[in-house]
Design a protein around this ligand. Sequence first.
Ligand SMILES: [Zn+2]
Length: 479
Amino acid sequence: MAEIQLHNTLSGKVEPFVPQKAGEVRMYTCGPTVYDYAHIGNFRTFVFQDLLRRFLKLRGLKLNHVMNLTDVDDRIIANAAAAGVGIREYTEKFVQAFFHDCKALSVEAPEHWVRATDNIDSMVKLIERLQKKSFTYDSEGSIYYRISKFPNYGKLSKIDVAGIQAGARVDNDRYEKESARDFALWKAPKPGEHFWDTEIGKGRPGWHIECSAMAMKYLGDTLDIHTGGIDLAFPHHENEIAQSEGATGKPFARYWLHAEHLLVEGEKMSKSLGNFFTLRDLFAKGYKPSALRFALASVPYRKQLNFTFDGLQSAASSVDRLRNFADRLKQTKFPAGQQKGMAARIAKAAGEFDAGLSDDLNTARALAAIFDLLREGNIAIDKGEFRQGDVAAVQKLLAAFDAVFAVMEDNDGEKLRALGYGTADSGPDDAEIEKLVEERNPAKKRRDFATSDRLRKELTDRGILLEDMKDGTVRWKRK
Ligand SMILES: [Zn+2]
């Protein structure tokens, strides 16, 4: 197996990945702010970190992975107050939606989901530690972090801190991206809005302190990997480093991994351009979860991903090809023995698949290894050269592939129904089924497997199972 190499934003280099404790990975991912549905740009990052954790697990590492739910945020508190409900009540709908979306995209649950509202104590304690070391100052009931006290500020994002104005401060969670500012650790209460009454006064935590406190509470002072979208590198992650390292004097995270932006049809996604999509928007249009996951996974995480509907279609057909290939292997009885050279060919694909993912999670390279083998395998099968003795090795590689990419199981219909889509379609009637079966027969006769598989799939997706009989006839039944 190849040595795992990851790009570390901190060093700006691709480095060998070696966890602190052999065999174990402590990883933190900045989760969603639960005041709305997550969009496909968010899910690009969540699919990336899922691929990463799945690959590390495939390589035998034990994961201790924390993802947070930011349920304390300026907008959440203001919206909850405006709606006259508590924070938990206001965010619950979006929390559940996020969990359902993750399930639909086969994004595994981390070992710990943590919520800001459950960890206010840890945040207060961390702020007290920073107070004792003079990293903070008070102003109008809020507590700020004094950036000039932390000489390494800017080391992650390489932002130029020379221009910091002494005492210039910001207490919004979102502020302009170009300049460093003293940021709020703790914010004074606003009239009519929720606050916590604590040892450091009444108020609420800032966004940045949430992640520092929760990451260290569950993973210790130094994490192996911290992931997030590239837009979080500054100021959010820079501020996390300043807070955690200011308090502990130890490195906060050893490897920082950031996923690049997602564009839609070449443009920045925005509500005003009408190219803003949540998962639900796409599922309502009839796109499948597996196709979306494949599309998001297929571009290496450090490259910008240009999401297009053509790309989504071709992702869907790639998934179909994979599933059809797996079905062929499972359902066909090949002649006994092994095809000359095939074992070596499969081993080469397995090596290249592992080398691709080890190469800073180069998913495009890993996929190319699988699809090259798939194409050659299909040709061998078509020519009648493929042998039963090679089936297990190909299946083993496909299983390893799917442990990371998670698109092989034919469960899109089930997932969509669970989200309330696709229930209206009660399936085709008998005449329509017969028509599609008739259409498929000539394709089958001329060994046009692409067409016959596509028609079979079309029927399977609509709940109809086909069985090709030995005498050339076709039986069908409803699932
Ligand atoms: Zn965070």
